[in-house]
Design a binder for this molecule. Structure first.
Ligand code: ZN
Ligand code: ZN
Length: 462
């Protein structure tokens, strides 16, 4: 499998870059920026962080901007000092879509590729901003032979925050032919949103009651690439709540992720639909690296350790994670008082899963030590511990799974101009819906400090 490249940045970095690069006088401009690598199984993502704005003496703006050696030298020393990669960014003021390199662009970038690689140990990144639309194009430079440096186009550039805005490279990922089977879906949310959704690589962590439904929804709705992660096999107690759990799958102790995969392949509306099944938890290196290759993660797990890993990944690698939770409350006589379910969209610019109390950091260590699988430990927990509760119904999971996928549609397509909320909660039978948009992480939240740090944030698996 050949390597894939991508670039990601926060909405704040994107805004800062646009403010500098899109000039009122309509001329091109340029700047250097540092990036930190985030290495997945197959994909290297350059996470653009520090923007090194030029001083007046650093460059000339004369329709085609050019920089002076002093600026390049300063940028290289900053990259070395901060142990980062270096990227050169410039504008094409009148452009709208993915940009090719002009001869001058090619000369400028290829001419500095060797020096940047040897000084930083990382390939030079090049980005072009289309001034009219805010669309990004990106590439990295690799040595083809002793003298020639070749550019490798990124598959996409992701701007992450309240929305997930993805600029897709048409050479790496051409637009799809949308089949007749998806006619009504496309009529509902439009061909642009359909292409954007179809280009996503989506991870589903946990293929149980919620995850099995997420998989089915993505397959039918025209998604093309899913990576499923789940270590468990089908058991009798899954039958009332897990899609496609059957007597046969239980007798054969089939892996949940394999059951989801085989049915998703049957349900898929896009002929090129792929589902990669990883029969392990996201706590394992292989699954964690595969998750880093995704553009967005949907969570169908309720344990603290996998949630803490997804939380880490979301901020360190700039990747939106949409998680869900269901809480069933009973009356003293054992009948249903209420059921609450909520979808949480987390990532840079949004409140994290720990601050939203979707996991307890203290319990991550407990799970790590294996105690959450020890019946005696669970027995000793207080009666109201969420880990002790197992009440759930298929229809609650169905409602939650729909809410999670709708948040994904909102994150990408922003229908009616509305951002995906940070949280959306629903209470049955009160029919009470609540949307939370203003939540923030606590001032001591550790995850605020790892935004865009990529591999330098350390591994959350240890
Ligand atoms: Zn150019
Ligand atoms: Zn937080």
């Amino acid at each position: 499998m050949s390597a894939i490249y991508s670039v990601a940045m926060t909405e704040g970095t994107d805004a800062r870059l646009r403010e500098h690069l899109v000039r009122e006088d309509g001329q091109e401009d340029l700047c250097f920026a540092l990036y930190r690598p985030s290495r997945g199984e197959r994909r290297l993502t350059g996470l653009i962080g520090d923007v090194l704005l030029p001083q007046d003496e650093d460059r000339q703006v004369h329709y085609n901007a050019s920089f002076n050696p002093c600026y390049f030298e300063r940028a290289i020393s900053e990259a070395i000092r901060k142990e980062c990669g270096l990227a050169l960014l410039h504008t094409h003021p009148l452009a709208t879509g993915w940009q090719d390199l002009s001869e001058a662009d090619h000369l400028a970038e290829s001419g500095m590729a060797a020096a940047v690689q040897s000084a930083t140990g990382l390939p030079l990144g090049g980005l072009t901003l289309s001034g009219k639309s805010g669309f990004w194009s990106a590439r990295f430079w690799h040595q083809a032979d002793s003298r020639v440096w070749d550019r490798v186009d990124c598959e996409n550039v992701r701007v992450v925050g309240l929305d997930l805005a993805i600029s897709v490279c048409p050479r790496v990922k051409p637009d799809f032919d949308i089949p007749e089977a998806l006619k009504r879906t496309v009529h509902a949310w439009g061909p642009g949103a359909q292409q954007a959704l179809a280009h996503l690589r989506v991870g589903i962590v946990g293929l149980g009651s919620v995850g099995s439904l997420l998989s089915e929804q993505l397959a039918r709705s025209g998604f093309t690439e899913v990576i499923g992660i789940d270590p468990d096999v089908m058991k009798e107690h899954n039958r009332d709540r897990t899609l496609h759990a059957s007597k046969e799958t239980i007798e054969k102790a089939m892996p949940k992720v394999e059951v989801a995969r085989s049915h998703a392949l049957c349900s898929a509306t896009m002929p090129c639909f792929r589902f990669r099944a990883l029969e392990c938890g996201i706590q394992e290196e292989k699954a964690y690296r595969a998750a880093l290759d995704c553009d967005v993660i949907l969570s169908g797990v309720d344990r603290p350790w996998p949630r803490s890993i997804m939380n880490h990944l979301s901020y360190a690698a700039l990747m939106p994670v949409i998680d869900g939770g269901i809480k069933v409350s009973l009356k003293g006589d054992g009948t249903l008082r209420s059921a609450d379910w909520g979808a949480f969209v987390v990532g840079p610019g949004r409140r994290c899963l720990e601050c939203a109390e979707q996991f307890d950091a203290g319990l991550v260590a407990v799970e790590h030590d294996g105690d959450l699988d020890d019946p005696a430990y669970i027995e000793g927990l207080p009666e109201d511990s969420p880990l002790k509760k197992s009440e759930n119904v298929f229809v609650f999971s169905t409602a939650l799974a729909a809410s999670i996928v709708l948040k994904l549609v909102q994150l990408i397509g922003k229908p009616s101009g509305l951002h995906a909320p940070m949280e959306e909660r629903y209470t049955f039978p009160a029919s009470h819906a609540e949307v939370i948009n203003e939540a923030k992480c606590g001032t001591n939240c550790w995850f605020r400090g790892i935004v865009g740090q990529g591999d330098a944030a350390g591994s959350p698996l240890a």
